[in-house]
Design a protein. Sequence first.
Length: 427
Amino acid sequence: MSDLAKKKIDVIDLRPGMYISQLDRPWLESPFLFQGFELRTAEEMNLLKTHCKYVVIDVMLGLDVLPLRNRLEFESRMHAIEAEDEKIALKVREIAESPGTPRQRPAYEDQVPLEKEIVYAKEAEAEARETIQEIIKYIHKGKNFGIALVTKVVTNMVNSIIRNPDALVCLTYMRKISDYTALHSIRSCILGITFGRHLVFTKEEMIDLGVGFMMHDIGMLKIPREILDKPAGLDEEEFEIMKRHVGWGVALLNKNGGVPPLAMQVVQQHHERRDGAGYPVRLKGDAISQAGLISSIVDVYDAVTSDRIYSGGLSAEDTLKRMYEWREKDFHAGLVEDFIRCMGIFPIGSLVELSTGSIGVVISINRARRLKPKVALVLTADKTPYSHKIITDLMEHTDGQGREIKISRVLPVGTYGIHPMDHIVQL
């Protein structure tokens, strides 16, 4: 693994005091709702052994493995795991650059530049926030709400994404940890519609898909706050309560009426998994609709990349690597590869260090060459601010020696005091 402080270990090697950084499966499908926690109790250890075969520990935040007599055997296993991780990383980059399967309809073309569309995207995103909060108030009061209200908002988002998806996608980086459930629905809606555009869905299909994503976690409003905010593992009873949010959401929408069938499939099936291990119905394989397969991918991606109360999210690249690793068991393998092509490993808003040493923010995606986006430069190679705004197109520009400029690594948001949205909103 690229981070030397993190080690993949078999669950048999767990001990209290270790910091669990990642699981071998999506966190959403386990009693551990948060990415990152210190292993403290025997109950937590048993839960991990029940749900996982391996985990990733962070030895900078917790204990390392004990130097047992089989240390050489353990290190051999770790080297094999690291080699596999490198292979996955190369494969994901290869997929991100590949053209993918031709569609029956012509692919959408960007109609306007990001700088122009961002104005309309902000309006659509703000309207979505107001609408979701209004719906939450209606539900808390036990009142019905008109699905037409949701459809109107989603239609505006679809129109923006058809013109240029980058504008709304970059706004998904404006995250408030304390308002996770509401904003998760909006971000998932944006990502889901963008994926639908990549798959060349019709406008009507994208609207129905978006309505489903806006409503997919509405049942979470009935989950007790102490469960949603619990930093450690849920017990079996709490985990069963958490799973009920799907049924509660379906019941709420059936009570309101008017929800398109495709949208309802998103709500019903976003936690179903290809191997039949999902919930609530444990659908398997082709029994899951295309909308259900798409929603499971988008839901996990946004949840894993999001900051939560007790932990930070993973980078897009790390998340896509893990989802590729889970593709056969949890997701539709072909759709995972399509999603990698859709998002790219350096999505809008990524804070990156270039091969020149400069620091910048990804502001536009090259849909033909995903590893060659446009970057707004913020700091020079010696980490001093640029005196004026400079945009470098990695597809066209070279360094002082005529060599191609590459992205060396993705940096955590806040590195060098840089917050990507501060630079995106200035476009």
